[in-house]
Structures are given as structure tokens and as C-alpha cells.
Design a protein. Structure first.
Ligand SMILES: Cc1cc2nc3c(=O)[nH]c(=O)nc-3n(C[C@H](O)[C@H](O)[C@H](O)COP(=O)(O)OP(=O)(O)OC[C@H]3O[C@@H](n4cnc5c(N)ncnc54)[C@H](O)[C@@H]3O)c2cc1C
Length: 433
């Protein structure tokens, strides 16, 4: 008999999302030897959406998650559903990757948020989904030029986008600090842990197998197939998907050495009093401004303000984050007088030097989409559909994200959290814009 996910399985981060998400689907640890078409390592939105899309097409998929569904970035993030990259606008992507691959990537990004909300609707996922749009407000007048350019490039590619003036974005956000904004209509926000767990429920409902408390310990080729072992079982499959993103460990050492991991904090206030809540983000959108040192804002269903920050110095961060964030909240929403925080948690973001995500082929029939650079919710969900296409024979270099050779950068990845110090430079640039 299979053992229930035991108490030794790491708990979720103590987040707002863990406190408010509906229960996850019941899952157990892997205690047997299984055969499948595809074995997927990692139970975040990428791995789970991949399993769901495959199961919907009759492809047998097994997910092995070391901890719990949504344990990694998928359960800890801000829950912004964003159809763009943080760095990399359409024309630059086309210039970098060429006409076909570049435009394919742009279309993939453009459609990723809509695909996410459609999937939520199709499977009736209870995750507080709000598709009122995502805005990128200009923190300086000079940033409007960048946003106009961005708007032009996306609207030429049929994205549902518009430019807002200072009054319009001020009315949506309830703050006068911004000078205008780029607005993407298909964006929005969710409880991200509820989304990950809901995708797991849907995938299981469609016939996928999801095991928690089941870390992949070894990956090997055996008789032309992939064999993945866990502490109490193994899965043999034609194809392998590694969906571990910023939580990639030593399983495939070269992969971990392609990334820099940044610790990002998320916080929420207590529920705002009704009179204050009515003036803070009355448009109920998600928003992340033009600063390189990100200022993300949204509310949850109980009218808490949810925001986040990265600290440049990776020391004593738990203690330093509260006053830092309270000051930032006050800068944008001075009407919030009670800036005590109800929830504070953090997660790892997988970054690359050029801040672009990519796909690596890591062996015959083995693939990993990785390094979403802090924008992996919509992209991860959308990657699930791409990987189902791949399992049906679509070549890896025809997917929505560009296929690249693994280029380990041991020095860079060894920097670890100290790479956060780059923020000092970002803040200088933000002040000069
Ligand atoms: C604080 C924070 C805020 C963010 N905000 C946003 C946002 O607002 N919008 C947005 O789009 N993106 C955001 N991101 C990024 C986003 O969360 C990630 O890009 C996305 O969740 C990646 O999903 P994933 O499924 O690929 O990886 P993850 O969700 O990280 O899942 C990887 C999983 O692999 C498991 N794993 C690792 N090794 C093994 C192993 N050997 N065996 C089995 N399992 C293993 C881990 O336990 C983990 O659950 C944020 C990230 C963080 C950390």
C-alpha cells in the first residue's frame, strides 16, 4: 500500500496563499515501479500543466514532486499572470532569435495569460482568478517612451494592449505616483498555490499520476528509456521532462550551473479597512512598474495588499524586510496608515544573465524549460501545452521558447544570493531614468 505524504515532507512556505488556498488533491509518495509515456520531475505549474495537457491527449504522464504540489516558486509568487517578459521586447526577441523562432516566442508570450485563464475556466479551478488586466506604470516621465515603444511592438503583434495616461492608471491603482502605463488586457492575478494545486487536481482527474514527497534521486538511460528513481520507487518512460526551475538541485549538475538564484520576498498587509480598500487598487488589477528593482502590487480576495521586494544584501533578510517594505508601501499608497504585515515569506527566482527563459534538450527525448526570470506563471502553464505537442512529436526547436545548448556558468551560479547585490546598480539606474 502506498504511504500518505509523510510529516517529513517539507511544509509549504508560511504564505498568504498557503493560508487561504483550498486543500490540495490527496496524493501519496511513490512506492512502486511504474511505466509511463512521460515522467515529469517537479510539481509546479510547469510540471503539472504538462501532465494535464498530456493526460487530456491520452499520453500517460507521471509527476514526481520532492515536496508538495506548488512547493517551489509556483506556490510562493505574487500571483501576477503576465503575458510579457521582464526584459526582452518583441522586436529584440525577433532580432536575437530570427524571424521564425522570435515571432513564435512573441506569440507564445502574448497568448500565455489568456491560455492560463482559459485553463482555469475549463477545469473550474478555484484560485481567486481575476482577469482585470496587468499594468506596467512608468515610475518616471522618461519611462513613458519605453512603454510607448513596447506598446507599439505588442500592438503590431495583435496583443490586447493599450496605453493609459497618468489619470487613467491613477484611477485604477489609487495612487498619484505614476506618469502613465502600458496595460495588457489578458493579464490578471490568482492565488498561485491554489492554481498549482488546482491544476494537479485536474491532471489527476484526467488520468495523470502525481506523487508528492517523492524526490527524483537518479536519472539514467536504461534500454532506450529514461529511468527515474525515488527513495521508494521508480518510473520508466520514453520521455523525460525536468520542470524544477529555480529549485533545480544536483540531479542534473550542469543545469543548476546555468542559473543564478535570487531570493525574493513577498508580503501581505492585514485586510485593509473597507474605506481604505476602496481607494487602494480599486481596479483590482495586477501592477508592476518600470523600475528594474521591481515594485509589484495587487490585492487578494480579502482586500490585503500583496507586494514584494528583493534585498540587495542577502544577510539577516527576515528582519530587514518588514521596515523596508512598509516604507515602500507608504511611498505608493500613503492612505494605508496601518502597514503592519500579516504574512511574510520568500522564494527563489531563477535568473539568467540575459534575463531570457529557454528550453534545453538534456538527452534523447529529455527536455527542460527553465529560467523564467520571475515571469513563469503564465509561461509555465502555457509551456504545458507546448510540451504535450513535443510528446506528440513536435521538435524541441519548434516550441514557444527558444531551444539552446546548456551553457554552464559555474562562477555566476556560485555567486548565489550575492548576485542580488546587482540591485544596488539597478536602483541607481531607476533613479536616473
Ligand atoms: C517570490 C516570487 C515571486 C514571483 N512572482 C511572480 C509573478 O507574480 N508572476 C509570475 O509569472 N512569476 C512569478 N515568479 C516566478 C514563478 O513563480 C516561477 O517562474 C514559476 O513558479 C516556475 O514554475 P515551475 O513549475 O517551472 O517551477 P516551481 O514552481 O519552482 O516547481 C519546481 C518544483 O520542482 C521540485 N523539485 C526540485 N527538485 C526535485 C527533484 N529532484 N525531484 C522532484 N521534485 C523536485 C520542487 O520541489 C518544486 O516544487 C515569482 C517567483 C518568486 C519566487
Amino acid at each position: 500500500m502506498a504511504a500518505a505524504a509523510s510529516k517529513t515532507v517539507p511544509a509549504h512556505a508560511p504564505s498568504l496563499w498557503a493560508a487561504t488556498a483550498p486543500p490540495p488533491p490527496p496524493t501519496t509518495g511513490l512506492q512502486e515501479s511504474l511505466q509511463a509515456d512521460v515522467v515529469i520531475i517537479g510539481g509546479g505549474v510547469t510540471g503539472l500543466s504538462t501532465a494535464l495537457h498530456m493526460a487530456e491527449r491520452g499520453i500517460s504522464a507521471v509527476v514526481l514532486e520532492a515536496a508538495r504540489t506548488g512547493f517551489g516558486g509556483s506556490g510562493r509568487n505574487s500571483g501576477h499572470i503576465i503575458p510579457t517578459l521582464a526584459a526582452g521586447d518583441p522586436d529584440a526577441l525577433v532580432a536575437k532569435f530570427g524571424g521564425d523562432a522570435g515571432e513564435r516566442m512573441v506569440a507564445f508570450l502574448r497568448d500565455s495569460a489568456a491560455l492560463t485563464f482559459e485553463l482555469i475556466k475549463r477545469h473550474n479551478i478555484d484560485c481567486d482568478a481575476v482577469q482585470n488586466g496587468w499594468a506596467q506604470p512608468a515610475h518616471r516621465p522618461s519611462r513613458m517612451k519605453l512603454l510607448e515603444k513596447r506598446y507599439g511592438e505588442w500592438s503590431r503583434r495583435q496583443a490586447r494592449t493599450e496605453m493609459l495616461d497618468a489619470g487613467q492608471i491613477g484611477a485604477l491603482l489609487g495612487t498619484g505616483v505614476y506618469h502613465g502605463a502600458l496595460f495588457m488586457h489578458t493579464g490578471g492575478h490568482v492565488n498561485p498555490l491554489a492554481l498549482a494545486q488546482g491544476i494537479a487536481t485536474a491532471a489527476i482527474g484526467q488520468g495523470a499520476k502525481v506523487f508528492t514527497g517523492s524526490p527524483a534521486l537518479t536519472v539514467a538511460r536504461d534500454g532506450g528509456k529514461w529511468r527515474v528513481t525515488t527513495p521508494s520507487g521508480q518510473v520508466t518512460a520514453e520521455r523525460l521532462v525536468v520542470a524544477t526551475n529555480a529549485y533545480t538541485g544536483a540531479l542534473i549538475p550542469a543545469l543548476a550551473r546555468t542559473l543564478v538564484r535570487i531570493i525574493n520576498y513577498q508580503v501581505s498587509t492585514h485586510p485593509l479597512p473597507d474605506a481604505v480598500a476602496a481607494t487602494v487598487m480599486p481596479g483590482d488589477i495586477a501592477s508592476s512598474d518600470t523600475q528594474r528593482d521591481l515594485y509589484p502590487f495587487r490585492k487578494d480576495r480579502a482586500q490585503r495588499l500583496v507586494t514584494g521586494a528583493t534585498l540587495a544584501l542577502p544577510l539577516n533578510m527576515d528582519a530587514r524586510i518588514r521596515p523596508w517594505i512598509a516604507e515602500r508601501i507608504g511611498n505608493v499608497f500613503p492612505q494605508i496608515e496601518d502597514r503592519r504585515l500579516e504574512y511574510v515569506w520568500n522564494g527563489r527566482i531563477a535568473m539568467t544573465p540575459n534575463r531570457l527563459p529557454r528550453v534545453h534538450e538534456i538527452g534523447p527525448g529529455a527536455i527542460t524549460p527553465i529560467a523564467y526570470n520571475g515571469r513563469g506563471m503564465a509561461m509555465g502553464v502555457a509551456m504545458g501545452r507546448e510540451l504535450a505537442d513535443w510528446a506528440e512529436g513536435k521538435p524541441a526547436d519548434a516550441l514557444g521558447l527558444p531551444k539552446m545548448e546548456i551553457q554552464p556558468r559555474p562562477l555566476l551560479s556560485a555567486l548565489g544570493g550575492w548576485a542580488q547585490a546587482a540591485l544596488v546598480r539597478y536602483r541607481q539606474l531607476d533613479r536616473r531614468d
